[in-house]
Design a protein around this ligand. Structure first.
Ligand code: 5AD
Ligand code: SF4
Length: 461
């Protein structure tokens, strides 16, 4: 196949595609790796591909277009892409019309190199080229050539509309993309580019449109949501206030926030609008040791993090915190790891997401010479989870007997059970009827487990 590189100027979201679209409906299968950001991107891809008459299918065998939406934050993604594409070799033999593409972090990182290394691939596109997908696929099909589109559109404003085929009760809304923080372990600034924010006025409109489609809860998404800055100058706290005041959305969540940008103004707004702004904050600490934090380029010390956590607990009673932790960062000593362990005693995280450090391409820490042995990392990770398990169980027990406001999201026909999340982001199961989906009900908690709660519905608070 010859190769074409697409330049800037993609397809506007929502625009009618004059892209030689097919008359006949075809199947598209997207294989998604990584975080919520990627899940959201895949949803967007499905919606955009509707322009070309593609409908989602459940298995690669049913598809005439397969896309691998890759992630490289913590995985060995290039190997994964190679092996997944390898699995499609027989499908491609049986159906020469099948087109296979790779998007996400690996597409961004590897660009044309990926096409050279994996000849079975038809196209590669980067994280800033999602909106060009209909154009890319049409080009691949019409020209018979392979296509690479992985340029960052640093100068383009971030103007998109949330595209989602079947929004549920709760949905995700991107507010920023990219990241300028350059934590030394993290590949995101290289795979997602410079940070940009969507204008506040667009977000108000976008969320109102989702409300009109039945959405009750939005989670605002960004790599570092609290460095949000609208073109009108509004910061993240002002964005939250505006969304709480000017939209009819019932609940607002957000992820991920950065401790260095967390301030009193933000927690005050959360407390003032707590009827809409859920009392749950994911506040990644990464390490409990100040020297390690410095080498990570996190921009705060252990003490400063503890002070921010205290400010949050003092301002928002009942708030729930969760965090991300990396163990075995280059040079991390046993004593420094102990500081991370002891942080769990000081900050009552109800859940933690912990990972063994893994070197990522382009990042500073990958070049540090004092890498920690794999078995030491595994041992530290186990100790961390073990310590948290003991604490989490006791924390969960405090919910027994309490009444929580639960937004009902799902009904299980077999068991007759409903499930939904409390404002503290606790998953709650209880018995009830399907019509309650989308409603907020009070549930009295009977039994608490570390990750889920079980209760029964009550009429009033
Ligand atoms: N190794 C291990 N964990 C990482 N994370 C990001 N980069 C790495 C890496 N190189 C974790 C951080 C971040 C979460 C999304 O992934 O904890 O907060
Ligand atoms: Fe990565 Fe740090 Fe940016 Fe988070 S803030 S995306 S960890 S560089």
């Amino acid at each position: 196949m010859n190769q074409v590189t697409l330049q800037a100027g993609g397809v506007e979201a929502g625009a009618e595609a004059k892209l030689g679209s097919e008359d006949k409906t075809q199947g598209v299968y997207i294989s998604t790796y990584g975080c919520q950001m990627n899940v959201n991107d895949s949803e967007r891809m499905y919606s955009l591909l509707e322009m070309l008459n593609y409908q989602p299918v459940a298995t690669p065998e049913q598809a005439s277009l397969i896309i691998i939406n890759s992630c490289s934050v913590r995985e060995k993604p290039v190997h994964k892409v190679h092996s997944e594409v390898g699995r499609y070799r027989e499908l491609k033999k049986a159906n020469p019309e099948l087109r296979i593409g790779v998007g996400g972090c690996v597409g961004q990182q590897e660009k044309d190199r990926l096409l050279k290394d994996v000849p079975l691939l038809d196209f590669v596109f980067g994280t800033d080229a999602i909106d060009k997908l209909p154009e890319i696929v049409a080009r691949v099909k019409d020209s018979g050539q392979s296509v690479v589109s992985a340029k960052f559109e640093h100068q383009q404003p971030y103007h998109i509309e949330t595209l989602i085929k079947n929004p549920g009760v709760s949905t995700f809304v991107n507010i920023t993309k990219g990241c300028d923080n350059f934590c030394t372990f993290c590949v995101v600034p290289f795979t997602r580019g410079r940070e940009r924010s969507r204008p506040l006025a667009h977000l108000v409109q976008d969320i109102q449109r989702l409300v009109a489609r039945g959405v009750k809860e939005v989670t605002l998404l960004g790599q570092n949501v609290n460095s949000y800055r609208s073109d009108c100058g509004a910061n993240f706290a002002e964005l939250l206030k505006t969304l709480a005041e000017k939209t009819d959305i019932e609940r607002i969540r957000y992820t991920t926030s950065h401790p260095k940008d967390f301030n009193q103004e933000l927690v005050d707004i959360m407390q003032a609008y707590r009827h809409k702004l859920c009392e749950y904050i994911h506040l990644p600490v990464q390490s409990g040791n100040t020297e390690v934090l410095e080498r990570m380029n996190r921009g705060y010390s252990r003490q400063e993090y503890l002070e921010k956590a205290q400010m949050i607990f003092d301002t928002i009673p009942g708030v729930v915190l969760s965090t991300d932790i990396i163990v075995g960062f280059p040079g991390e000593t046993d004593a420094q790891f102990e500081d991370t362990l002891s942080l769990l005693d000081e900050v009552p995280y109800e859940s933690i997401f912990a990972f063994k450090y893994s070197p990522r391409p382009f990042t500073k820490a990958a070049r540090f010479t004092d890498q920690v042995a794999e078995d030491v990392k595994s041992d530290r990770l186990n100790r961390l989870f073990e310590r948290h398990r003991e604490l989490a169980f006791a924390m969960a027990k405090k919910y027994e007997g309490r009444r929580l406001a639960v937004l009902v999201e799902e009904y299980d026909q077999e068991t007759g059970r409903l499930s939904g999340r409390s404002t503290q982001n606790k998953l709650v199961h209880f018995t009830g009827s399907e019509e309650l989906i989308g409603k907020t009900v009070w549930v009295e908690i009977k039994e608490a487990f570390p990750q889920t709660l079980r209760g029964h519905m009550v009429l009033a608070q």
